[in-house]
Design a protein around this ligand. Sequence first.
Ligand SMILES: NC(=O)c1ccc[n+]([C@@H]2O[C@H](COP(=O)([O-])OP(=O)(O)OC[C@H]3O[C@@H](n4cnc5c(N)ncnc54)[C@H](OP(=O)(O)O)[C@@H]3O)[C@@H](O)[C@H]2O)c1
Length: 308
Amino acid sequence: MRKGRSTLLSRRNFLIRAAACTAAPFLPATAFAQSAYPMRPIPKTGEQLPVVGLGSTKAVLQLPERGTANFQLLLRTLLDGGGTVVDTWSRDAALDKLTGEALQADGLVNDLFLATKVDAVGAEAGRELLARTRRLFGKTSDLIQVISLRDLKTQWPVLKEWQQAGKARYIGATVSSDHQHEAMMDFMRGERPDFTQVNYSVMETDAESGVLPLAADLGIAVLVNRPFMNGGYFSRVRGVALPEWAAEFDCHSWAQFSLKYILAHPAVTCVLTETTNPKHLRENLGTAYGRFPDAKTKRRMREEMQFI
Ligand SMILES: NC(=O)c1ccc[n+]([C@@H]2O[C@H](COP(=O)([O-])OP(=O)(O)OC[C@H]3O[C@@H](n4cnc5c(N)ncnc54)[C@H](OP(=O)(O)O)[C@@H]3O)[C@@H](O)[C@H]2O)c1
C-alpha cells in the first residue's frame, strides 16, 4: 500500500520539486516558487483537478507485449509531478486485468482521478462492461463517460443509474472529432452532464466557437483530448524552430506550444496528454506553470501554424 495521505503529500511536494528539476529546461523560473501544482475546479462540485492529465491508450495497448512496468512508471511520474487524472477505458478482459494490475500496484489507483468509459451497445452490455471495469481496475471510477456518444440514448440512462447507486462520482461523454461537436452540444444542453470531453488544440480550434463556451455557460467540466492530434502535430512541426516569442508565455517546446494554447482557455478543466515516455509526461506536466498566451497571442499562434 501507498503511505498515508500527509506523508504522501509532503513526499509528493518534495518529488514535485525533484521532477521540476528533471524537467528544468521546460519550466519557467516561477515554477520553483509555486508550491502546489496548478488546479482548476469541477464546476458542479468545486473539487479541484490538476490541469494536465495522462491519456493512457498507447501505454495500455503495450501492456501484453511489454508488461506493466512502464505504465506503472508513467502513473508514478504523473503523481509525483502533481497530476492525478488518468483517462482510460475497458477493452477486453485480458487487457483490463493487466491495466488493473498496473493501476493497483502500490495502491497507485487510490491517488488517481480515474476516468473510464463505456463502449458498448445495449443496456445489459453496458452494465456488464462497467461491472468488469470496476472489479478489475479495483476502484469506483471517479468519472465514467459514454465514448464518442456511442449508443448514447441507451448508455446515458445506464450511467445515471450507476451514479445514483454510488458507482460513479461523475458522468459525461466524449467526442474526438469536429463533426461530432453539434451532437455533443445537443447532449450538453439536454442532459447537463458533469463532464464533457472534446478535441481541441492550436490545430483543431472548432471547440472554441461551440463546445467550450457552452460548457462554461452550463457549468460543465471539460477534459481535452488530441492535444497533439495523436502525434500528427509533431510530424508537422518536426525540424521547425520554435518561435522566439513563445518564451514570452513561458513556452519552451512545441509540445508546450499546443498545451499552453489549450490551457489558456478558461473553460478547460484538464488536458489529457497521451504518452508512453515519462520524460514527455514531465515536460507536459510542466506546461501548467508560468504564463499563458492572451487572445492576441493565441491568434498569432494560429497564424504561425498555418505556415507550417
Ligand atoms: N473518443 C474518445 O474518447 C477519445 C479519442 C481520442 C483520444 N482520447 C483521449 O485523449 C487522450 C490523448 O489524445 P490522443 O490519443 O489524440 O493523443 P495526443 O496526446 O494528441 O498525442 C499522443 C502522441 O503525442 C506524443 N507525445 C506526447 N507528449 C509528447 C511530448 N512532450 N513530446 C513529443 N511527443 C509527445 C506521443 O508519443 P510518445 O508516446 O512518444 O510520447 C503520442 O504519439 C487519449 O489517450 C485518450 O485518453 C479519447
